[in-house]
Ligand binder design. Structure first.
Ligand SMILES: Cc1cc2nc3c(=O)[nH]c(=O)nc-3n(C[C@H](O)[C@H](O)[C@H](O)COP(=O)(O)OP(=O)(O)OC[C@H]3O[C@@H](n4cnc5c(N)ncnc54)[C@H](O)[C@@H]3O)c2cc1C
Ligand code: SF4
Length: 328
């Protein structure tokens, strides 16, 4: 049985207290929300914080509310709360679907939206217990010197694998980060860095407090995910798609790949291909073809990486097919 290492647990009831405790803990601290990612990582000794700041008692972090016509989701909201919220289901069906694709119902009753956005990157050589990793002399992401996926690589290539991220970026969602110095708001897209070790731009002491969804006017979003088991599995290729339309004409598109790099990948060429056209079969085929180039999965998750690359065009086409009916 894998046991947790020893650590001190704090259970603040306000954001201010959480920020203060986390800031005082310095590099030995970590936030935990549902713990469905952090605690398994701690059991595998991938992360060993000495002071863990629990967020589940901070009521303010868990609220979903409409502000100025846009829906704001607390980072501490349970995945099941987001999935079942009637406003999310009505106006942000692509996001509701992405959340419903995460793991299983018990895990969605524990895991949070914020924890999903900040999920650790994944790799077959890293998502192993301590003894397994010790046997291969570890790897660059933790305790080792080399990348076993690409020994010549100067950086870790572990994969961004959170289901909500591609669709939130496609929608143009924004994130609010709090620290003792105050708050800052950034595009969710700007939260990620293409580096398997240093994969978020958020400072360690910053708390993700809320996610701001754009007004649900004139656009629709969808999400498609490739995984081995339909019951539950992490994505090894995923597509978030959003299109804005004026009548039948696409006025803007945002298309995002997940599961193929350490950060989500914007498909700019596919987006440009769609703009100014009707979302018909020919436009979808052209956009799908343009997605193959930027999709460069590595051999460090499930399935052959060549097959995952090949599937990119099909999954993008499916995500766009989901949006063919008029904007709602
Ligand atoms: C069996 C299994 C299957 C899974 N399947 C999937 C899947 O299919 N798709 C998927 O996307 N994920 C999956 N997950 C991963 C995980 O359960 C989810 O991503 C979940 O949303 C994580 O949320 P959490 O609240 O439990 O995160 P935690 O474990 O609490 O935290 C995750 C990380 O985020 C940080 N953090 C959390 N909240 C905040 C905050 N508000 N501010 C700053 N930092 C914060 C923590 O410090 C930690 O580094 C799976 C996990 C397991 C164990
Ligand atoms: S991509 Fe390389 S360095 Fe990163 S976790 Fe995998 S083996 Fe380790």
């Amino acid at each position: 049985m894998m046991r947790l290492p020893r650590f001190r647990y704090f259970a603040p009831r306000s954001i201010a207290d959480a920020l203060a405790i986390r800031s005082d803990a310095g590099p030995d601290g970590a936030y935990v929300a549902g713990g469905t990612d952090l605690y398994p990582n701690m059991k595998r000794r991938q992360q060993t914080p000495k002071a863990v700041v629990g967020l589940s008692r901070i009521a303010e972090l868990a609220t979903l509310e409409e502000r100025g016509g846009q829906l704001t989701l607390g980072a501490g909201a349970l995945l099941s709360t987001v999935e079942n919220d009637l406003r999310v289901r009505r106006d942000y069906a692509g996001l509701a679907h992405a959340v419903a694709e995460i793991s299983t119902p018990p895990l969605r009753n524990m895991g949070t939206l914020g924890g999903n956005l900040l999920l650790d990157t994944r790799c077959n050589y890293y998502d192993q217990n301590l003894e397994w990793r010790q046997a291969i002399d570890f790897c660059m992401k933790k305790d080792g010197a080399i990348c076993w996926v690409a020994p010549g690589s100067p950086k870790c290539l572990a994969v961004q694998s959170a289901d909500t991220v591609p669709v939130l970026i496609a929608m143009g969602a924004r994130a609010v980060l709090a620290s003792r110095e105050g708050e800052r708001e950034i595009a969710v897209e700007d939260l990620y860095r293409n580096d398997g070790i240093d994969y978020v731009t958020k400072r360690p002491d910053e708390l993700l407090t809320r996610i701001l969804l754009p007004k649900p006017n004139g656009w629709r979003a969808s999400y498609r995910k490739l995984r081995r088991r339909g019951a539950f599995d992490f994505p090894v290729l995923s597509v978030g798609a959003a299109v804005w339309r004026d009548g039948p004409t696409v006025t803007a598109a945002r298309l995002v790949l997940g599961g193929v790099a350490s950060a989500p990948i914007r498909l700019s060429a596919s987006e440009a291909t769609l703009t100014g056209r009707a979302l018909d079969a020919a436009a979808i085929a052209d956009a799908a073809e343009a997605a193959a180039g930027p999709s460069r999965p590595m051999d460090n998750t499930d399935f052959s990486f060549l097959w995952r690359k090949e599937m990119t065009t099909r999954y993008l086409a499916r995500a766009l097919e989901d949006l063919r009916s008029p904007a709602g």
